[in-house]
Design a protein around this ligand. Structure first.
Ligand code: ADP
Ligand code: MG
Length: 245
């Protein structure tokens, strides 16, 4: 039996008494692609941020690679967090640095990677996201789809064990969604473990190993895409799907 890479037990999170996550127990196995879907405001971002402790859970456990993050000191949490790449809706690139510098920064600063090694790896990653010809460009000159692909390359530069995506295509013009989803699909095919919050149902159907449907503070359904889209079990999921499909 493979050991889960992420294990969430009885996770709860409230903000000033507002219970956003009520009781979530799930696990992610190495190489799995989990797509988290659910209505706006259902706690998807909060959940993702609890996985790397960007949000502190109110109660419960979040283990990464067998270590319960909620019991560790800040230094250790930071070390483990480096192994979880995160990509957000807004690309958060450093505007005053070139694409190449954006990608090299964390490996050099945090891991002590040499300039030469970081440069080599950055070019490899830029090839992977089809942007090697933009290595010296500044973020302001890039399209949204290009920025998001740089953001993915930057997260990959730390050699993460897991990639977390929070609606990575929601801020993009429609014609740029595909190029970002394709990069994510390639990554999934290469075996990367991924937890992806998205409203892109085509991606969910074709790439996810499991769909987690979140509503009212719980993961209401944990199914294969085939089962979820053909036979949603809960009224909440049926209602959600009837609105979006
Ligand atoms: P989703 O990503 O599914 O749209 P979120 O996780 O962003 O949902 O938000 C879930 C709920 O938690 C919302 O009601 C939101 O207002 C609330 N919330 C999220 N972050 C905070 C915060 N930092 N402080 C207070 N309330 C928050
Ligand atoms: Mg969100």
């Amino acid at each position: 039996m493979t050991k889960p890479i992420i294990e969430v037990k009885n996770l709860a999170k409230d903000f000033d008494g507002n219970a956003v996550l009520k009781d979530i127990t799930e696990q992610v196995d190495p190489g799995q692609v989990i797509v988290v879907i659910g209505p706006s405001g259902s706690g998807k971002s909060t959940f993702l941020r609890c996985l790397n402790l960007l949000e502190t859970p109110t109660s419960g456990q979040v283990a990464f690679d067998g270590q319960d993050l909620t019991t560790l000191d800040t230094k250790r949490v930071n070390e483990l967090r480096e192994q979880m790449g995160m990509v957000f809706q807004g690309f958060n690139l450093f505007p005053n640095m070139s694409v190449l510098e954006n990608i090299k920064l964390a490996p050099m600063k945090v891991k002590g990677t040499s300039d030469a090694d970081a440069t080599k790896r950055a070019h490899e990653l830029l090839q992977q996201v089809n942007l090697d010809d933009h290595a010296d460009a500044f973020p302001s000159s890039l399209s949204g789809g290009q920025k998001q692909r740089v953001a993915i390359a930057r997260a990959l530069a730390m050699d993460p064990k897991v990639m977390l995506f929070d609606e990575p295509t929601s801020a993009l013009d429609p014609e740029m969604v595909g190029e970002v989803l394709n990069v994510m699909k390639d990554l999934a095919n290469q075996g990367m473990t991924m937890v992806v919050v998205t409203h892109e149902m085509g991606f969910a159907k074709s790439v996810a190993d499991r769909i987690w449907f979140m509503a009212d503070g719980y993961i209401q359904e944990n199914s294969t895409p085939d089962d979820f889209f053909a036979h949603p079990q809960t009224e909440r999921a049926q209602d959600f799907l009837s609105k979006i499909l």
